[in-house]
Ligand binder design. Structure first.
Ligand code: C2O
Ligand code: CU
Length: 500
């Protein structure tokens, strides 16, 4: 990575194997940035919003002059955005019409275990069956390992948590990589009063950016290196790609290298890296006249206590950065590229902003954003214990020298306990813990400027050691802890955490 401001450090490499598209590369900045539609509740009562989402095949306009078959929530990629109010129960009926089992997971949700989307909680379409399960790396699966719901399953999200940018995606045992790659990912936003009160940019100046890399075949269809037929993916990733699948085409909200017309005012962007294996290091080109490229206001788990300026935002798979870009630092007529310093060739470019008009700006970024007293009170002296988690291996990938085993408990924190987890890595691994958000307290060479605030995903560079503090509050049950390089996850880099 390129050190762009004081405090930036070497953020590590990209781990994965490049898959190249066969057709012509779509042009840069030819398509306007779309926003995913906001899902309307099917019904509402005094305590709860009820939604229905159907996983099905869809036809997306990704490349010029062609339609790409995807698997998406409501047939869309990104899926529809679900918007919830903190503390108001949200029930999502996930219906599956795909030929494969699905396992929806709300990433970043503080969710009771039975609604968390444990990898073997499978929704199977009517008339469907569980396909061959024996090929999962590291263990033999049998149908009795699955908790099957036919046609649909209702997921109950209490959402007793702060305002935050969450996302939902497929988590099927052994097949998360191909199924997310096909399009099973969407945003789930949580708002609360503290956040709504802030004078941050809103309305069409509050935009979602789901960034992914993909590769396409000569017919404009998504290309994924599984050993099975291209659409069914009833086989895991081909072992040549066990490092992770990297594409050569960058999509933002489902379209390649889009542009967005903006006024010379502040805009808020909730950036999600939903790639299987690619991490990005984002910056603006040209840089703003004065001041940082990005003003970070939120992390995975919601608002920071104070805004932090960055000239470079490293974002690993599944991480979210909530940032403000001040286009008041540019002139009308300027074109500003969102670039990726961790890319090469076409993957160094993400999208373009075109400053097309002047406008008064009534938004601002206050010096104090949120009450973080709970975060501040979480200190290492509160910890009742320490666990070591070593991410290594390769074929399969392992945590503490063991590939994932459904029936083995790897960590058993007590309900309510605070623990320090010491995590070390061989290759680059973005490690993710379900159920809770944690605090990053140590990293080889010191914390990155982007490590602040509540996190659920920790971007660790090869050979790096890090420590997080987590409080296992609220819900008992078995949750997973895993690498969010989806090919690593599918190839067994996952552990069971039983909160007791
Ligand atoms: Cu984003 Cu266990 O997942
Ligand atoms: Cu990994």
């Amino acid at each position: 990575g390129t050190a762009a401001s004081a405090g930036d450090c070497d953020t590590g490499s990209v781990t994965g194997t490049q898959l190249n598209s066969d057709g012509p590369r779509p042009p840069y900045f030819a398509v306007p940035l779309p926003q995913p539609p906001v899902l309307r509740p099917a019904s509402v009562d005094g305590t709860t919003d009820y939604y229905e989402v159907t996983a099905r095949a869809g036809s997306a306009r990704m490349l010029p002059g062609t339609r790409t078959t995807i698997w998406g929530y409501d047939g869309l990629f990104p899926g529809p955005t679900i918007v919830s109010r903190s503390g108001r129960r949200t029930v999502v009926r996930h219906i599956n019409e795909l030929p494969v089992p699905t396992t929806p997971h709300l990433h970043g949700g503080h969710t009771p275990a039975d609604s968390d989307g444990y990898p073997t909680d499978a929704i199977v379409r009517t008339g469907g069956s569980l396909p061959d399960l024996g090929r999962y790396v590291g263990m033999t699966m049998s149908p009795s390992d699955y908790q099957v719901s036919y046609e649909y399953r209702d997921y109950v999200y209490p959402l007793n948590q702060r305002a935050a940018t969450l996302w939902y995606h497929d988590h099927r045992m052994g097949f998360t990589g191909p199924q997310v790659y096909r399009g099973l990912a969407g945003f789930h936003l949580v708002y609360d009063d503290e956040e709504t009160r802030l004078p941050l940019p809103g309305g069409d100046k509050d935009q979602l950016l789901m960034i992914v890399d993909r590769a396409f075949d000569g017919d404009g269809q998504l290309k994924y290196p599984s050993t099975g037929p291209s659409l069914q993916h009833e086989a895991g990733v081909s072992s040549r790609y066990h490092d992770g699948v990297l594409g050569d085409t960058i999509l933002v909200n489902g379209v390649p290298w889009p542009f967005l017309e903006v006024s010379n005012t502040r805009y808020r962007f909730r950036i999600l890296n939903a790639s299987n294996a690619r991490r990005f290091e984002l910056a603006l080109d040209p840089p703003p006249a004065d001041g940082p490229h990005f003003i970070q206001v939120g992390s995975d788990g919601g608002l920071l206590d104070r805004p932090v300026g960055h000239d470079l935002v490293p974002i690993a798979q599944a991480e979210r950065f909530d940032v403000v870009i001040d286009f008041g630092q540019y002139r009308v007529g300027d074109r500003v590229t969102l670039i990726n310093r961790a890319g090469s060739g076409p993957t160094t470019v993400v999208m373009q902003f075109r400053v097309v008009r002047e406008e008064a700006d009534d938004s601002w970024v206050p010096g104090v954003l949120a009450d973080m007293s709970e975060f501040d009170a979480l200190t290492p002296d509160r910890a009742s214990g320490t666990r070591a988690m070593r991410f290594s291996g390769g074929d399969p990938w392992e945590i503490n020298n063991k590939p994932f085993d459904l029936h083995r408990v790897d960590a058993n924190p007590k309900l309510g306990a605070t623990e320090i987890w010491k995590i070390s890595t061989s290759a680059h691994h973005p490690v993710h813990l379900h159920l809770v958000q944690f605090k990053i307290i140590a990293r080889t060479g010191g914390l990155r400027p982007t490590d602040g605030g509540w996190k659920d995903t920790f971007d660790l560079a090869p050979g790096e050691d890090g420590q997080v503090l987590a409080r296992f509050t609220e819900y008992p049950g078995v949750y997973v802890f895993h690498c969010h390089n989806l090919e690593h996850e599918d190839m067994a880099m996952m552990a069971n955490v039983a909160v007791e």
